[in-house]
Design a protein around this ligand. Structure first.
Ligand SMILES: Cc1cc2nc3c(=O)[nH]c(=O)nc-3n(C[C@H](O)[C@H](O)[C@H](O)COP(=O)(O)O)c2cc1C
Length: 150
């Protein structure tokens, strides 16, 4: 199964988590493809069968600058991805209160518009609680892969 992994990151943490996810998915036999600067054309050329978005939150609940152009391109064009499975890993900081993991929530809204099926509840990684987001994501990734295989 071809899994497109898209990431939004300011300081690189989300990108590291996405790279780790790419490796784990590949080790499990998925055709995982991570491009932190993907355009909509790049994603469409890959012809994904599933999605994993790993994104930090910046500003007041906003998506990082490196994911925004792709996010808006997808929202403008609404590609025919309805019914495909997807998951979201959101990096944030609970001390931001209401905007905690807001970037991930924006991706969930986009999934809903597209008809992408969230196969697992969004994972929230809280930077105020843990400094090991890659390993913290592993149990969730195992469940995500099991859901894709189901
Ligand atoms: C300027 C700034 C604004 C932020 N705004 C939010 C926010 O609104 N909500 C949230 O949950 N986290 C917020 N964060 C926390 C980051 O999302 C979190 O530290 C994340 O792990 C950063 O990942 P990155 O290294 O991939 O950029 C903010 C961090 C910074 C530096």
């Amino acid at each position: 199964m071809k899994v497109a992994i898209l990431s939004g990151s300011v300081y690189g943490t989300a990108e590291e988590v996405a790279r780790h996810a790419e490796k784990l998915l590949q080790d499990a036999g998925f055709q995982a493809w991570h491009n932190p600067r993907a355009s909509l054309a790049d994603v469409q050329a890959f012809a994904p069968q599933a999605f994993l978005v790993v994104t930090a939150t910046t500003g007041m609940g906003e998506l990082p600058d490196n994911l925004q152009p792709l996010y808006f391109a997808i929202r403008d064009h609404l590609p025919a991805w309805s019914g495909l499975p997807g998951g979201v890993i959101a990096l944030g900081d609970a001390s931001y209160g209401d905007t905690y993991c807001g970037g991930g929530e924006l991706v969930r809204e986009l999934y809903a518009e597209l008809g992408v099926r969230e196969v697992l509840a969004m994972l929230r990684l809280d930077a105020s609680e843990s400094v090991t987001p890659e390993t913290d994501a592993e149990p969730w990734l195992a469940e995500f892969m099991a859901a894709l295989n189901a």
